[in-house]
Design a protein around this ligand. Structure first.
Ligand code: SF4
Ligand SMILES: [Zn+2]
Length: 123
């Protein structure tokens, strides 16, 4: 049994909101975020990717029975290159950068012009 962080009344670990004061209990699951639950007595951590690669810093590791970050290690992971792999040529990158930073581009142009003028003046 845990206590509500606001009113300190006892609440079940499955509660999403406190039944006494209505506080949303984000740590115990949140609408829209899957709360993974262990089946049986085996903790989730044993089959979790973040336990296997030792990146999990959750205090409930390695005995977590419920976890929102659990990732099944037996499931094939999406590689970052598969989710976001823009293959652009240098020219395309420069074009894109210019489109995104018109102010900076103008500033660079200004600097270049004044540099040229300064060069001409000293010549
Ligand atoms: S993310 Fe959750 S399930 Fe995975 S190792 Fe950490 S506490 Fe365990
Ligand atoms: Zn409460």
């Amino acid at each position: 049994m845990q206590n509500c962080p606001r009113c300190h009344q006892p609440i079940t670990s499955k509660a999403v909101t406190c039944p006494h004061c209505g506080t949303v209990l984000k740590a115990f699951g949140h609408p829209g975020i899957t709360l993974h639950r262990a089946m049986g007595d085996t903790p989730l951590c044993e089959s979790c990717t973040y336990h296997a690669d030792d990146t999990c810093t959750f205090p409930q590791r390695p005995y977590a029975k419920e976890c929102t970050l659990y990732t099944d290690i037996s499931q094939p992971q999406l590689k970052t290159s598969q989710t976001y792999a823009p293959r652009r040529s240098l020219l395309e990158s420069i074009k894109l950068w210019c489109q995104r930073n018109p102010a900076l581009l103008a500033l660079l142009g200004l600097v270049a012009v004044s540099f040229l003028l300064a060069l001409l003046a000293t010549a």
